[in-house]
Design a protein around this ligand. Sequence first.
Ligand code: HEM
Length: 151
Amino acid sequence: MAYLIALHALAATIWVGGLFFLIGILRPAASAVPLGERLPLLSIAVGRFFLWIWIAIITLLITGYAMIGLLGGMAAVPTYINVMQGLAWVMFLLYGHMFFSPWKRVRAALAAGALADAGRAMNQLRFFAAVSLALGLAVIAIASGGSYGLI
Ligand code: HEM
């Protein structure tokens, strides 16, 4: 259980911390850079980060359900774990949508040199990333505060 929760918390940190950096730090810092340079830069950063999100999701799923097994199964775990699991699935689905829709369009538009289209798709990506960040922060608060009676 100790290794599982440690890995689980590390994966959550990488995912949610990465979202915070992207939305809260890199995007505003890059806004001073002209669009023609900003979009390729952001797209390289997002591409690298998305690989880590896949790794984080696989790790969260394996360790999360392994811990639920060790805790006596789905019916035996407290409500906050089920809330975490529910919100986690919303995050997973949102990420799937981001990866296969706006992110695919950003890459296609950049490859075709269509900066305005790439900018629009990047804005959609930013919106979904902001929603994911809010959910991720809520999940971490619920997961860590849950065992102390937060919810
Ligand atoms: C389907 C996916 C998930 C499952 C099944 C799951 C399950 C669990 C379980 C069973 C625990 C142990 C809780 C305890 O013993 O008190 C846990 C802890 C935790 N989970 Fe998840 N989880 C999932 C997704 C996530 C996601 C997406 C995040 C954050 C983005 C997250 C963040 C955390 C954190 C921070 C803890 C540590 C809580 C502590 O400090 O004790 N989990 N999770």
